[in-house]
Write a protein that binds this ligand. Structure first.
Ligand SMILES: C[S@@+](CC[C@H](N)C(=O)[O-])C[C@H]1O[C@@H](n2cnc3c(N)ncnc32)[C@H](O)[C@@H]1O
Length: 276
């Protein structure tokens, strides 16, 4: 596959109706975890919060309710498709304290000391220069402001057991595509050193990893993505059609077996403060 073909893709996962729906389900399953860390971070009425890589805004809506009418959420993303969905849904939910900004994070002009809190989830892992984004995040926090992130820390903890060789080939294809787009599926491993270098003080680092069987709701989280991913990986040239077919077959058998064990890719919930 040529660089030109890849350059036409907006980002590794893609932005379309199916992804919009998948992110909605993902947020439902991860919402409790988000609400917990936002509470521990002290996010409250009147605050200004920046949602970095907000997607269709599922977290932005919750944050907008937490900060109330006297607060504001600024939601930034490079996908105008997602931002349009966010604005429509905010309107139908009666939320008028969310402002969207259409920008790639590399081009984003981080305003100085504007936000009480910055939130990001599954975004830094896709950026070619996540360190530059973190510098921007530090800059845009007010003194005493808090950065809250949920990002992958150990992608290889992802298991569907009993496993088969095609699962490892699939995960390797995912990692190869990630590397090609200059992302990092274990990005949170770099946070402690980066936070220290930037002068952010760590308040929390909590790993989040679920073990589930097909009857558990969280099983749907990776499965919805695993159902879509093979086609995307074939389209991008990282998986053969034969392996995509074999993987779909493996997945169908695992999902139909009530004794299948899913271990989710481990996420690190991180909270760090700009000294006030
Ligand atoms: C997996 S989605 C997560 C969305 C949201 N944070 C959530 O948790 O529901 C990743 C988001 O990052 C955005 N994104 C990826 N690379 C970006 C970049 N360079 N600049 C701005 N947004 C980016 C995508 O458009 C997408 O909305």
């Amino acid at each position: 596959m040529s660089e030109t073909e890849l350059a036409e893709e907006d980002y590794i996962i893609g932005t379309n109706d199916a992804e919009l729906k998948r992110l909605g389900l993902q947020h439902t399953l991860w919402r409790e975890s988000g609400l917990g860390v936002w509470r521990r971070a002290g996010i409250r009425p009147g605050m200004r919060v920046l949602d970095v890589g907000c997607g269709p805004g599922y977290a932005s809506y919750d944050l907008a309710q937490l900060v109330g009418p006297e607060g504001e959420v600024v939601a930034v993303d490079q996908s105008e498709f997602f931002l349009a969905a966010l604005r429509d849904s905010a309107k139908s939910r009666g939320l008028d304290n969310i402002r969207t900004v259409h920008s790639s994070l590399d081009a984003f002009d981080w305003p100085e000391a504007e936000f009480d809190a910055v939130w990001t989830r599954w975004v830094l892992c896709f950026l070619p220069d996540p360190h530059a984004a973190l510098k921007g995040i530090k800059r845009t926090l007010k003194p005493g402001g808090v950065f809250v992130a949920q990002e992958y820390v150990d992608y290889r903890s992802f298991r569907l057991e009993p496993s088969e060789p095609v699962f490892d080939r699939f995960v390797s294809a995912v990692e190869a595509s990630w590397a090609h787009f200059q992302g990092d599926p274990n990005i949170a491993r770099r946070f402690p050193a980066w936070f220290a270098e930037l002068g952010l003080e760590i308040d929390e680092m909590t790993p989040v990893l679920y073990a589930a069987r097909p009857s558990d709701p969280i099983f749907r989280w990776p499965i919805t993505w695993l159902e879509e991913a093979p086609a995307r990986l074939v389209e991008l040239g990282f998986l053969s059609r034969e392996d995509a077919e074999a993987f779909r077959d493996f997945l169908a058998r695992r999902a139909a077996d009530p004794n299948t064990l899913l271990m989710t890719p481990c996420v690190l919930t991180s909270r760090a403060r700009k000294p006030g």
